[in-house]
Design a binder for this molecule. Structure first.
Ligand code: GDP
Length: 181
C-alpha cells in the first residue's frame, strides 16, 4: 500500500465475549463468510477473522477475535483483550442465564480494557422468538444503564449481524479519527 494521501489504513481489533453457546462463533462466521453451522463443534484456541471495509474512503481492517471455546474453562486470557478497540458482548435471548452473566463479562472487560473501547450488547438468536426468555426491553434497559450500544441479532437468519459489527467498527473509527484530528 502506498503512502499517498487518501490511502490510510486502519487496523481495529474487536473481541467477542459472552457465555458458551450463545452464538459467538456463528456471528463471526456469518459476518465474515456468510456461513452458519447448526451443529458447530467448537475448536479450542483463539481464532480471528479479518474483514475489510471502507469508511469515509479509508480502508478499515477489522480483526475480529472469537474465544473459540476458551470461556468453557474460565480461561479467557488478558492476551485476548490486549489491544482491543471494540467488544461485542453476546447473550442468547432464549437462555436467561446467559443474560445474567452479562455483568460478569462487563466486569472482566473493564478489568482489561479502558472505557474508550466501543461496546455493543448483542442479544443473539432472535429467530427463537417462541422460546424467548429475555425481552428486548430488558436488553435495552441494561445497555442504557451500562452505556452500551444494543442490538438483537440472528446468526441463523442473518438478521442485524452486519449492522452489529459495523456499528462497532464505525464507532471505533469515529473515536480514532477524533483523536487524530
Ligand atoms: P459460541 O460457543 O458462543 O461460539 O456459540 P456457537 O456459535 O458455537 O453456537 C452455539 C449453538 O447455537 C450452535 O448449535 C449454533 O448453531 C446455535 N446458534 C448460534 N447462533 C444462532 C442463532 O442466531 N439462532 C439459532 N437458532 N441458533 C444459533
Amino acid at each position: 500500500m502506498s503512502d499517498e494521501e487518501g490511502s490510510e489504513e486502519y487496523l481495529f481489533k474487536i473481541v467477542i465475549i459472552g457465555d458458551s453457546a450463545v452464538g459467538k462463533s456463528n456471528l463471526l462466521s456469518r459476518y465474515a463468510r456468510d456461513e452458519f453451522n447448526a451443529h458447530s463443534k467448537t475448536t479450542i484456541g483463539v481464532e480471528f477473522q479479518t474483514q475489510c471495509l471502507k469508511i469515509d474512503g479509508k480502508e478499515i481492517k477489522a480483526q475480529i477475535w472469537d474465544t473459540a471455546g476458551q470461556e468453557r474453562f474460565r480461561a479467557v486470557t488478558s492476551a485476548y483483550y490486549r489491544g482491543a478497540f471494540g467488544a461485542l458482548l453476546v447473550y442468547d435471548i432464549s437462555r436467561r442465564t446467559t443474560f445474567d452473566s452479562v455483568s460478569r463479562w462487563l466486569d472482566e472487560l473493564n478489568s482489561h480494557c479502558d472505557s474508550t473501547v466501543a461496546r455493543m450488547l448483542v442479544g443473539n438468536k432472535s429467530d427463537l422468538e417462541n422460546i424467548r426468555e429475555v425481552t428486548s426491553e430488558e436488553g435495552k434497559t441494561l445497555a442504557e444503564a451500562e452505556g452500551l450500544f444494543f442490538i438483537e441479532t440472528s446468526a441463523r437468519d442473518s438478521t442485524n449481524v452486519r449492522t452489529a459489527f459495523e456499528i462497532v467498527i464505525r464507532e471505533i473509527y469515529n473515536n480514532v479519527s477524533r483523536k487524530v484530528l
